[in-house]
Write a protein that binds this ligand. Structure first.
Ligand SMILES: Cc1cc2nc3c(=O)[nH]c(=O)nc-3n(C[C@H](O)[C@H](O)[C@H](O)COP(=O)(O)OP(=O)(O)OC[C@H]3O[C@@H](n4cnc5c(N)ncnc54)[C@H](O)[C@@H]3O)c2cc1C
Length: 311
């Protein structure tokens, strides 16, 4: 049976958004049946995976175990013989996709943001070096493709339904890797990946005490605060607010960048925002290359005027 197999990712008892992004993409490709492999008790929630016609239930532990999950994914591939296997480009995905492609002896395409079927092959676009370089590879199926999160709309794959469930049975592994503990990030903070409007501050804010101005603006706009990495490194903002390569990838409807230069590592995390407004005193700052609207002004002058207007 040809088609697409989606390797579902889950965390803390729910499917991750990237699972639905991959399911939506898999359906849109129209290259045969879409199946999904779900691990442990997540297979009981097959009704959430209605974008797939079959859910393969892998008898694994609920806690991620790279050895076990990679073996289960391999067994699912052998059962479904798909043209394409989609795996999340995440820490967990790396541990599944690499052994999967290596043991099956099939190609692996990493950092993929888009796939087009073309004459029995797939044209995959990958975003490399923090988004500085786009690479197109044509790969014949079967292949493993690792999808970057945020490249597709999760809602396209978030379809309720009643896919058939096929049991893969227990997975046999040498048991060399054991799950010990999930260390959760600090709770109680905002999830900026879900924010509609973000006011993001960079080193141009000057000092910790000056953040107040941006917070005032964010309050008036009903926005959440985000930041570039140096502010987290300085201990001025929590890590959960960092946007970029080593932070969060955000897609708000409005992203206001205050005193952010626009380093590639920052751009990578916010370039998909619907509207970007940049305020930077340096008119040559690279942030203006991705901004829809830009002001080469002192951020404090602009914030002051905006706050006055909004009040
Ligand atoms: C492996 C790796 C991973 C990284 N991950 C990330 C990441 O996830 N996120 C991230 O952000 N960075 C990341 N970085 C760091 C990144 O390379 C940059 O150093 C960082 O993004 C710069 O932050 P910034 O724009 O706030 O500071 P700067 O580059 O120092 O820019 C400050 C800007 O503020 C402007 N400015 C100064 N005063 C004012 C004023 N009064 N009004 C208006 N504008 C003013 C200046 O003109 C300047 O453009 C990473 C780096 C590496 C090597």
């Amino acid at each position: 049976m040809a088609g697409v197999l989606v390797v579902c990712e889950h965390l803390s008892g729910g499917f991750a958004d990237i699972t639905f992004e991959m399911l939506g993409l898999a359906s849109s490709l129209q290259v045969g049946e879409v199946s999904a492999v779900a691990f442990g008790s997540m297979a009981d929630r097959s009704g959430e995976l209605g974008a797939a016609s079959t859910v393969i239930s892998a008898g694994c532990s609920d806690d991620f175990n790279p050895e076990e999950y990679a073996a289960a994914a391999k067994s699912a591939v052998e059962t479904t013989s798909p043209d394409l296997v989609l795996v999340a480009s995440t820490s967990m995905g790396y541990d599944i996709a690499n052994p999967l492609a290596a043991t099956l002896g099939i190609p692996l395409i990493a950092y993929c943001t888009g796939i087009e079927p073309e004459e029995g092959a797939f044209v995959c676009t990958s975003s490399l070096y923090g988004g500085k370089m786009g690479v197109t590879s044509t790969v014949p199926g079967p292949a493993v493709v690792m999808m970057l999160s945020g490249a597709h709309n999760a809602d396209d794959g978030r379809i309720e339904g009643s896919p058939g469930v096929s049991d893969l049975g227990a997975v046999d592994t040498p048991g060399r890797v054991r799950f010990k503990q999930l260390i959760e990030p600090d709770q109680g903070d905002v999830d900026i990946t879900q924010s509609g409007v973000l006011v993001a501050i960079g080193r141009g804010i000057g000092g910790k005490d000056d953040i107040e101005v941006a917070e005032e603006l964010a309050d008036l706009l009903d926005a959440d605060m985000a930041c570039s990495r140096p502010l987290v490194d300085a201990g001025w903002m929590p890590k959960s607010r960092q946007v970029g390569k080593s932070g969060m990838r955000v897609k708000p409807s409005l992203y206001i960048a205050l005193g952010i230069s626009g380093a590639p590592e920052h751009i990578e995390g916010m370039k998909d925002s619907a509207t970007i407004i940049a305020i930077n005193s340096d008119e040559n700052a690279p942030i203006f290359d991705v901004a829809d609207y830009g002001m080469a002004e002192d951020l404090f002058d602009v914030c002051e005027e905006l706050i006055e207007e909004l009040e």
